[in-house]
Design a protein around this ligand. Structure first.
Ligand SMILES: *[C@@H]1O[C@H](CO)[C@@H](O)[C@H](O)[C@H]1NC(C)=O
Length: 202
């Protein structure tokens, strides 16, 4: 059962991967996906919006995108969710759409393994284009912005050759060049795997 679900996901979302890789930094961007009756009788044709959060390499399938159970199930006609889950490989349609996270502001998550010589931050919940094209960091109100580098997905990192000093402000830039600043958003004594929720949003 799990295998059928997996192959469905892998097949459906492998197509999506092509678009994401072409666009990438596409991680963080939003897509509408749907399957229609001509793909499989259980398909509802109702589009669902999903956010590309990350990519994991699997030994069996090349790529795997996480799709929430709710989003997955609601692509099926009511009552036919299980049928769709057992359908195996079917075709999907998808298109990129603006992101909209009602009530959410941009969130920063300090990544596991961060230390004074290496800071990695996941940036999430950006409305509109969903991903950012640049992230800059300012240490302890120095007045000086330093570029961070895109590490993987929506994770940005800095690994200078001298210890970092907080608190840290972060400045993000979207595809239109619009910049937002989250001042002193990450404290000097941050805790990895913790959310630091800003007050800013596109
Ligand atoms: C960037 O942010 C501005 C301000 O919210 C918005 O008007 C614009 O559409 C955004 N650009 C993209 C490509 O989403």
């Amino acid at each position: 059962m799990a295998a059928a679900l997996f192959s469905f996901r892998a097949a459906a979302l492998a197509a999506l991967l092509v678009a994401v890789m072409a666009a990438c930094g596409g991680c963080g961007s939003c897509y509408q996906i749907r399957c229609v009756k001509s793909n499989h009788p259980a398909c509802s044709g109702v589009p669902q919006t999903v956010v590309i959060t990350d990519m994991n390499y699997y030994p069996v399938a090349k790529y795997h995108f996480d799709l929430s159970g709710t989003a997955f199930g609601s692509m099926a006609t009511y009552g036919l969710n299980d049928k769709l889950r057992h359908a195996g490989i079917i075709d999907m349609q998808f298109r990129r759409v603006p992101c909209n996270f009602p009530g959410l502001t941009i969130n920063f998550v300090v990544q596991h393994g961060s230390n004074p010589m290496y800071l990695a931050v996941l940036v999430e919940f950006e409305d509109k284009d969903g991903d950012v094209v640049q992230v800059d960091i300012m240490q302890h109100n120095s007045g000086y912005w330093e570029p961070m580098h895109e590490s993987w997905g929506s994770i940005w990192r800095i690994d200078p050759n001298r210890p970092l000093k907080g608190p840290y402000s972060l400045r993000i830039t979207n595809e239109s060049g619009k910049q937002l600043v989250a001042k002193n958003i990450i404290p000097d004594n941050y805790i990895p795997n913790t959310n630091y929720r800003s007050y800013v949003q596109y």
